[in-house]
Write a protein that binds this ligand. Structure first.
Ligand code: SF4
Length: 219
């Protein structure tokens, strides 16, 4: 029996799939641009799905047009913050942790890192980390951890088992960290640092405190 391969049909399906891929990706890029520039958000669930599904090609297209590649991650963080806020508010302070990037530390920071536990601020006062640690202690947070690098989020979730996470870092780290944390069913919020870089970065403390102090609207 001769097997007839329907090349024409396969060709048509491939073209339709390609067109669909492009239409969805471009729709995602347009909506993401509106969020980024105008701070107006439409269809947040759908847009987040598009951003996550077309992450790499979208970034490539943005950089091809000399756009801000960080736009995709920044919008991802904004959407996750909106979609997860209500659940995060319902988590008591005692069950939440804060994750901080090590780039916030002063170059003269005296602390040492453990690959399992990250690091605990020694409160020397040379950088803003100490203010976040103190506020977390005052509120009764479960802990504040300075992340030494990749893989830390997974390890700390497994060890500490928080019910809510506030993550701070560059747009890329926060976006992917929030994806990882929320995929485990843990509500989270993110704050992006103001100045990127590997050392002595900076962040807006009001934004951090505002998210740390989020509680149920009922009180
Ligand atoms: S305040 Fe904490 S994190 Fe910042 S430099 Fe001092 S010990 Fe390091």
């Amino acid at each position: 029996m001769n097997l007839i391969i329907p090349y024409e049909l396969l060709g048509r399906i491939t073209v339709i799939a390609l067109i669909l891929f492009l239409v969805l990706m471009i729709t995602g890029l347009i909506l993401a641009y509106i969020v980024f520039k105008k701070k107006r958000i439409f269809f947040p669930h759908f847009l987040l799905f598009l951003i996550d599904s077309f992450y790499m090609p979208s970034k490539k297209i943005v950089s091809l047009f000399n756009g801000n590649e960080k736009m995709i991650d920044i919008v991802g963080v904004e959407l996750r913050n909106i979609l997860l806020e209500e659940k995060f508010r319902s988590i008591p302070y005692k069950d939440r942790i804060v994750l901080l990037p090590q780039c916030l530390r002063s170059l003269d920071c005296p602390i040492k890192f453990s690959s399992i536990e990250g690091a605990q601020c020694a409160k020397c006062g040379r950088c803003k980390v100490v203010k976040i640690v103190k506020r977390a202690e005052d509120l009764g947070y479960k802990g504040t951890y300075i992340a030494p690098g990749g893989g830390f989020v997974k390890r700390i979730l497994k060890k500490i088992k928080p019910s809510g996470v506030l993550g701070i870092g560059c747009a890329y780290e926060v976006n992917w960290g929030m994806l990882e944390v929320s995929s485990k069913g843990i509500p989270c919020q993110g704050v992006i640092i103001l100045r990127d870089g590997c050392v002595e970065t900076d962040l807006d403390m009001d934004s951090v405190f505002e998210r740390m102090e989020m509680v149920d609207n009922g009180g």
